[in-house]
Design a protein around this ligand. Structure first.
Ligand code: NAP
Ligand code: SF4
Length: 674
């Protein structure tokens, strides 16, 4: 008897059967654009071997003008079809099923060639789209149908027509972006004509025995978005036009409400999909912030959907389904929804991978092979770098001993996990602990290691991490001054007025920790109110008419940095705005361009210019130092001279810009190479 009877139940689509209710949602990895089709095929085949019921590829452009950026991949030539055949053959050989997503970006295309229902620039692209005429609209529909036919020719089991997230089809549906007065605009019947016609023509192009998924925006989260009646009307029409499955889209890309970040509660939007259940007779898929088999099972058991889509969790662990099915759920590497190595990479033009699993998209580049000969390896430091090195080396057959002076594993991750909105880090620490045990790493906690203790090992990995940087501000020894470690780990009491020195990732974390009494991430209703999300049946697009209602701040906080730039500018590309908006909602005062003059019992004195008149007093019961970190290298330095087999990784190697992504990546790569 499985713990996941709903999740692992097959889904019969009539002409074909999916082996379970798990869809790997579409992700743009950047792999297709490398032209290395063996690498693309291995990425998908690895996930097919891991047991997922159906996968959807990253978005493929139906034509040049619809590509997300110039040169975006699509099926334009016989060679393209042959390349994709490599992928589908490999997936089928691995026992999987795969559908190709057809993505027309419309006005979201980062290209001067972009087209849309109306010539209205989006806030997330610098280009004003060209308004399509009748012939132009026909061309787009025809190109999408042709892309579907080519997908079939390339061996795909189906297509997903991307109709949500504010892309081209979605742009026709709402008056926010469709100001047309012809038969493609005006009434809702006219506005939905294009998406419905697309599905009808796609179905006609591919025949009856081919999966056609339509990704439908259930809650737009933008002004003048769809009403719930419109959503249901569209769903009916899409079903009638020939779709086999309706998948859920949540929020346009330009929405100012987070929809997938780690601070979004788990399964935060499944209640929206649930409203459509029973309204259509084809299966409905739900999505967003579902990252464990337990949550996915509950969503299905609660009748929120017929199937669950998870995307990033399959970067974190390709064997998600197989591990859930054979009782190893605790070994599933958790997606912590950080976006740091997936979406942040995509938006920086880099290949996606995963903070938790650097092997994602590097299946062919970074193979984990059995170790010959097996060696004895000591790893000092059980933070993310040391844990990753230890686990990877042990997986390969090395005999690994992992030391830490702390009483638990996780290092700095244990500080992240107490920050409101970062609760997922707790799951990551638990996963590391599970993997240490299951790979047979000998764990020596509460053990202070000296360089001399490490003589007998074949290899020594020093992952001793970082310690807080001393900012050297006069008066910083005052009793009201705390470090971020005192606050996040030591549980030091903090007063009602606070000044934070340093506005990097940790300064922001500490500000969020001190601003919230309760984490809204743990309380869906509070989170929806905080961000102003309403039931789309009550408010168009799901935007609360009276806007966000954040809980009052727990403290009065001033966040400071010396750089004269916007605070938080260097935070994650896709998540920095959420941290800034969260602190703004809590009334946190952000001041850049300061020089710290002195600290005393009543607060902090800074200069905001070059003359004494620019001096400012910031009254604060506590001043908290978050001024970055320096490497903890005492063991590395002691060993360096006497042992050539010493490897220094993570913060002990380079402290600047250290984050868990770099630490884990470096640890896994070292573990794979020893
Ligand atoms: P950080 O990002 O390097 O920030 C250090 C802060 O301290 C900066 O605001 C810096 O600003 C200030 N600072 C540096 N030297 C100083 C000095 N001598 N006196 C006073 N202020 C000084 O380091 P962190 O905040 O400790 O974070 C460590 C790493 O963890 C970073 O890579 C960070 O990205 C990562 N992290 C990421 C997240 C996330 O949300 N993605 C969260 C937490 C941590 P000025 O020099 O302008 O004063
Ligand atoms: Fe999930 Fe972060 Fe990995 Fe992306 S990088 S898949 S969000 S854990």
């Amino acid at each position: 008897m499985t713990d996941y009877p709903h999740l692992l139940a097959p889904l019969d689509l009539g002409f074909t059967r999916l082996k379970n209710r798990v869809l790997m949602g579409s992700m743009h990895t950047g792999l297709e654009e490398t032209g290395n089709w063996n690498r693309v095929a291995e990425f998908y085949a690895t996930r097919a071997r891991g047991g997922v019921g159906l996968m959807v590829t990253g978005g493929m452009a139906p034509n040049r003008e619809g590509g997300v950026f110039p040169g975006a991949a699509g099926l334009f030539s016989a060679q393209d079809i042959a390349n994709h055949r490599t992928v589908t053959d490999r997936v089928h050989a691995a026992g999987g099923k795969i559908a190709m997503q057809i993505l027309h970006a419309g006005r979201y295309a980062y290209s001067p060639e972009c087209v849309a229902p109306s010539a209205i620039k989006s806030p997330i692209s610098p280009f004003v789209p060209k308004e399509l005429d009748e012939a132009g609209i026909e061309k787009q529909i025809s190109d999408i149908a042709t892309a579907a036919a080519r997908a079939r020719e390339a061996g795909y089991d189906g297509v997903e027509v991307m109709g949500s997230e504010g892309y081209f089809l979605n742009q026709f549906l709402v008056t926010h972006t469709n100001k047309r007065t012809d038969r493609w605009g005006g009434s809702y019947e006219n506005r939905m004509r294009l998406p419905v016609e697309v599905v009808r023509r796609v179905r006609a192009a591919v025949g009856d025995d081919f999966i056609v998924i339509y990704r439908l925006s259930m809650i737009d989260l933008v002004p003048d978005g769809s009403t719930w009646d419109e959503v249901v009307t569209l769903a009916h029409a899409i079903e009638k036009a020939g779709a086999s499955i309706i998948n859920t889209g949540i929020g346009w890309h330009e929405a100012r409400i987070p929809t997938i970040a780690t601070s979004v509660p788990r399964a935060a939007f499944t209640w929206v999909t649930k409203k459509l259940m029973g309204q259509v007779s084809i299966p409905v898929i739900t999505s967003n912030r579902i990252n464990t088999p337990q949550v996915a099972e509950q969503v299905l058991a609660d009748g929120c959907a017929d199937m669950v889509s998870m995307a990033r969790p399959f970067l974190a662990d390709p064997d998600f389904v197989a591990k859930a099915a054979d009782g190893r759920a605790a070994q599933i590497a958790p997606c912590i929804a950080c976006n740091q190595a997936c979406l942040d990479h995509t938006f920086s033009g880099k290949i996606s991978t995963c903070l938790v699993n650097p092997l994602a998209c590097y299946e062919t580049e970074l193979p984990i092979t059995p170790a010959t000969p097996a060696k004895t390896i000591a790893v000092v430091g059980a933070g993310p770098a040391g844990l990753s090195a230890a686990i990877t080396a042990a997986r390969r057959g090395h005999k690994v001993t992992l030391f830490d002076r702390a009483e638990c594993v996780g290092g700095q991750l244990n500080m992240a996990k107490v920050v409101p909105g970062k609760e997922e880090f707790a799951g990551l620490v638990d996963w590391f602990a599970t993997m240490v045990e299951s790979t047979g790493v000998a764990l020596r906690l509460a053990t202070e290691v000296q360089a001399g203790d490490l003589d007998g090992y074949d290899e020594v990995v020093v992952a001793t991490g970082v310690r807080p940087r001393d900012p050297g501000i006069p008066g910083q020894d005052s009793p009201n001054v705390l470090s971020y470690v005192d606050v996040l780990q030591g549980g030091a009491p903090v007063g009602d007025t606070v000044a934070i020195v340093g506005a990097g990732g940790i300064g922001f974390d500490v500000a969020e920790f001190l601003a919230e009494d309760h984490s809204p991430t743990e309380d869906l209703q509070a989170w929806l109110e905080e961000w102003g999300v309403a039931d789309p049946a009550q408010a168009r697009g799901g935007l609360a008419p009276d806007g966000p209602h954040p809980a009052p701040p727990a403290r009065q906080i001033t966040l400071l940095q010396r750089k004269a730039e916007k605070l938080g500018r260097r935070l994650g590309k896709t998540t920095g705005w959420i941290h800034r908006a969260t602190l703004a909602m809590k009334g946190v005062k952000m001041i850049g361009g300061v020089t710290y003059e002195k600290i005393d019992e009543t607060g902090l004195t800074v200069l905001r210019g070059n003359s004494p008149e620019d001096r400012e007093r910031i009254m604060a019961q506590n001043v908290i130092l978050c001024a970055g970190q320096v490497s903890e290298r005492s063991i590395a330095d002691a060993l360096g001279a006497k042992n050539g087999k010493v490897h220094v990784i993570g913060g002990a190697d380079v402290a600047g810009e250290l984050d868990a992504k770099r630490a884990i990546n470096q640890g896994v790569r070292l573990g794979a190479s020893l």
